[in-house]
Design a protein around this ligand. Structure first.
Ligand SMILES: [Cu+2]
Length: 459
């Protein structure tokens, strides 16, 4: 079923390009309960929460500079909303329940309609009780296509995920916000897979050139990946093109919510199986997606690909005179935090924990009425992040991309989510050029729900 859904979504992509524009009625994206065979066939199907009945949801493809127009129809038993991750979006369309919109009640609708300024690999996911709703399946790929796309034989979207299932009945383990996972590394699954199945296989030809769009849709898993029988280059991170393709020579690290675009050639021979491998919990390399090779696309490999065309507004000028901000990540199990501000008063860690909260950003647990920072539109900001916890965190800024500032002042690639390791000092810089209320939070979704969420205001 899941493989068919995958192939179906590819076929749907081809179909969309040739369909006439509909005269009336908005295109919908319906959040609803469904079942999916994500576990091996000897297990039952899993009850999932979906967009349009599929896990992951349909691949949405739109040309750069075009618009995404979708009416969210909520047929779930709970309120929900959609965040369009990585899109430098109109703030009112950012989908953060309680900050940029009210959650859409069961039976309700919300019309998302926004421009997409940047080409690249993005994704959409629920942003109401995300730690539960995303874990139940509410995510999908959003691909913004370059007007001048690189020459590849195939463009494959690979949504990497994990699911925490009860082995007895293949249903999700509850509660989603277990204190043990909230206070440690977050909810990680016991079944891993790609595009909604534990064993994705996609046939390829020798010397075929593939664009692989990797998306980590998991709640908390940091994927460590390697190529086998595939050789190529990283061409974009979090949607944003690299100035030059970078040969894939080492392991690829894909933190929750991050994306990597690869252009790879199939170097495995006919009859072999190429693969994207992951370093598994039992310290083994396992296939995350398999590519059995049949036939030959060409006798030889092609030349190194050109860089993807740059997106607009990728520069971060004026970092020497930038406004400087400091943020300390604190809390969690094995942490040093004794307490923090919560609901307007200072609270000890034990009392916080009693209310299901375990983390703080600069001494503050979760959201406040006033933003962490109020920024002037257009100014450049440097934000220093200190990870004073025992865990890695994937920190995500809504509405704007940033670059890491290295110790020598050079700027790293443009990203919207960055992995911070314990006891590591990290600095990011960005131009606050998008007005509105923007969330900044850990994308280990259980961490976000238990204290690691704040916001900035740009006006
Ligand atoms: Cu975290």
């Amino acid at each position: 079923m899941t493989r068919r859904a995958f192939c179906g979504s590819m076929a749907g992509t081809v179909g969309l390009a040739t369909l006439p524009v509909r005269a009336a009625g908005p295109q919908t994206l319906t959040a609803r309960v469904a079942t999916a065979q994500i576990a091996p066939p000897q297990y039952a199907a899993t009850e999932v929460w979906t967009y349009d009945g599929a896990v992951p949801g349909p691949v949405l493809r739109v040309p750069q500079g075009g618009r995404v127009s979708r009416r969210l129809v909520n047929e779930l038993p709970v309120p929900t909303s959609i965040h369009w991750h990585g899109i430098r979006i109109d703030n009112a369309m950012d989908g953060v329940a309680g900050l940029t919109q009210e959650a859409v009640p069961p039976g309700g609708t919300f019309d998302y309609d926004f421009a997409v300024p940047d080409a690249g690999t993005y994704w959409y996911h629920a942003h109401s009780n995300s730690f539960e709703q995303v874990a139940r399946g509410l995510s999908g790929a959003l691909i913004v296509e370059e007007a001048d796309a690189p020459e590849v034989d195939r463009d494959e979207v690979l949504v990497l995920d994990d699911w925490l299932l009860n082995p007895e009945d293949a249903q999700f383990m509850t509660p989603f916000g277990h204190p043990m996972s909230l206070s440690h590394g977050g909810r990680t699954g016991n079944l891993l897979g790609t595009n909604g199945t534990y064993d994705l296989a996609s046939g390829v030809k020798a010397n075929e050139r593939l664009r692989l769009r990797l998306i980590n849709a998991s709640n908390a898993r940091i994927f460590v990946l390697r190529l086998a029988g595939l050789e190529g280059w990283t061409v974009a991170l979090d949607g944003m093109p690299l100035p030059e393709p970078q040969p894939v020579e080492a392991e690829l690290i894909l933190a929750p919510a991050q994306r990597i675009d690869l252009i790879v050639d199939v170097t495995a021979e006919e009859g072999e199986t190429a693969a994207l491998l992951r370093f598994d919990d039992d310290d083994q390399w396992q296939p995350q997606a398999r590519f059995p090779v049949a036939g030959q696309a060409s006798a030889t490999r092609r030349d190194t690909p050109a860089a993807l065309p740059p997106n607009p507004r990728m520069e971060v000028p004026g970092i020497d005179s930038a406004r400087r901000l400091d943020m300390v990540m604190e809390g969690g199990a094995m942490g040093r935090m004794s307490g923090a501000m919560m609901n307007g008063r200072n609270m000890g860690f034990r009392e916080m924990a009693g209310q299901g909260q375990f983390w703080a950003l600069s001494g503050q647990v979760g959201m406040t009425d006033t933003p962490f920072a109020s920024l002037d539109r257009g100014e450049t900001v440097r934000l220093r992040l200190t990870n004073d916890t025992a865990f890695p965190h994937a920190m995500h800024l809504h509405g704007m991309h940033f670059r890491q500032v290295a110790g020598d002042g050079t700027l790293g690639p443009m990203r919207d989510t960055i992995l911070s390791y314990p006891d590591e000092l990290l600095e990011i810089a960005f131009v606050a050029d998008n007005p509105g209320k923007w969330l900044f939070h850990c994308h280990m979704l259980g961490h976000a729900a238990s204290g690691m969420t704040t916001w900035i205001n740009v006006s």
